[in-house]
Ligand binder design. Structure first.
Ligand code: SAM
Length: 388
């Protein structure tokens, strides 16, 4: 079946995966206490992705001084640092990690795979978050029923995941699912609990990885961020609208201006999308390449909206891990694209690099506007329309 226009597949795929007999088996079936015994004082996503998670949470959590449960918590709860919380309770497997988490006001060590019953009273929390952990649950349907029980009516459940996990402990249905089907899996957990209003989702992919990240040299963009969120049924009317962060594939573009700049590339030698100076790139010396050019001109700006959007655009066509760069042919005067599977691809062919700092100064001059990205905007699926 072909993917839906937004890159998602029919929810029946997720349901079929979850119904398999081996859906919740793992490579390591030993007691989770053994695997999670040693403390891991680490970040599970790169800084760019973590920043996205925090901004997403900032927009979705609209309660004043909410009581939060961070389910499957470790050293970082990813809550917006400038907000006040009346309490943040952590539930996880490792005491040392929970103790090291500066956001938690209280915490409990509790194995959800042994006992999915949450040790909290009904209608206790305004918000339940679960970050990069849902793939380890072997009894998720029971756990999400419990999430529904401990949330207050109208409270928010936010589940965030990415494409990294501990391989021995991930359940088979998750590992076998395609990225877009995992959204459907989480939606199914929420739906089958019978406690939630219809869910919304968020995807962010294609932003460059920070230069000091340990995986930067691989050339892969920042860890993608996927999220599913829903409100518990029965919320009171008149409460604040939750906002969904704008994803990088939705960057504003003035297409008229791009068209005008494209016509002038031969004079400016600037990328029409980001206005960075194009780099001179040597065409490979290969008898099978018939291009008359010795050189082409490419945009090597990893923040270029064309590249950032490209990862998502290709993902929507079910082509994962691929984007493209802008290419100008100076002999023909034509613009086209060249595919990439990583941000380091094609770089060895650069013979004349963009003058350092030119792109940053373009931002300073207001030529490129990324300001919409960090802002929480009224965009995308909304939750909690005022009732009554
Ligand atoms: C990849 S870490 C993510 C931690 C944290 N949520 C974060 O965003 O950094 C996975 C977490 O899931 C928790 N976890 C795994 N299995 C669990 C279980 N059976 N019951 C409760 N928590 C579990 C572990 O304590 C571990 O900290």
């Amino acid at each position: 079946m072909s993917p839906a226009p937004d890159g998602r597949t029919d929810p029946r795929f997720a349901r079929a995966l979850l119904q398999r007999e081996d859906a919740f088996l793992r490579v390591d079936e030993e007691d989770d206490a053994v695997f999670y015994g040693p403390a891991r004082i680490v970040s599970h996503l790169d800084e760019t992705a973590l920043n996205t998670v925090e901004r997403l949470a900032a927009g979705l959590i609209t309660e004043d001084d909410p009581k939060v449960l961070d389910l499957m918590a470790s050293v970082d709860s990813h809550l917006p640092s400038r907000r006040e919380f009346s309490s943040v309770t952590g539930l996880g497997m490792n005491e040392e990690e929970l103790e090291a988490n500066p956001t938690l006001t209280d915490w409990v060590v509790h194995d959800l795979n042994k006992d999915p019953v949450l040790p909290f009273a009904d209608d206790t929390f305004d918000v339940v978050t679960n970050v990069v952990s849902v793939e380890y649950l072997t009894r998720p349907f029971e756990v999400f029923k419990e999430v529904g029980r401990v949330l207050k009516p109208g409270g928010l459940c936010l589940v965030v995941f990415s494409t990294r996990w501990f391989p021995p402990k991930v359940v088979r249905a998750w590992e076998d699912a395609r990225e877009e089907e995992r959204l459907g899996i989480v939606e199914e957990f929420l739906r089958q609990s019978g406690s939630f209003e219809s869910s919304g989702y968020f995807i962010s992919m294609g932003l460059p990885r920070p230069e000091d990240d340990r995986y930067f040299s691989l050339g892969t963009p920042s860890d993608p961020v996927f999220a599913v969120f829903a409100e518990k049924q029965g919320g009171a009317g008149g409460r604040k609208q939750r906002m969904v962060l704008r994803d990088p594939a939705q960057l504003d573009t003035d297409w008229g201006a791009v068209q005008l700049r494209k016509k002038k590339v031969g004079e400016t030698m600037e990328c029409p999308h980001c206005q960075q100076v194009l780099s001179k790139w040597e065409v490979p010396d290969d008898p099978c390449i018939d291009w008359p050019n010795d050189f082409l001109y490419l945009c090597f700006n990893d923040f270029c909206p064309f590249v950032v959007r490209g990862w998502r655009f290709m993902w929507n066509q079910a082509i994962l891990g691929t984007s493209y760069r802008y290419l100008f042919n100076p002999i023909k005067g034509t613009s086209t694209t060249v595919p990439i599977r990583g941000l380091t691809d094609l770089r060895p062919g650069i013979v004349e690099e963009d003058p350092a700092g030119r792109f940053r100064s373009a931002i300073e001059r207001g030529l490129v506007d990324f300001s919409s990205m960090p802002k929480v905007k009224d965009y995308g699926p909304k939750l909690g329309p005022p009732k009554g």
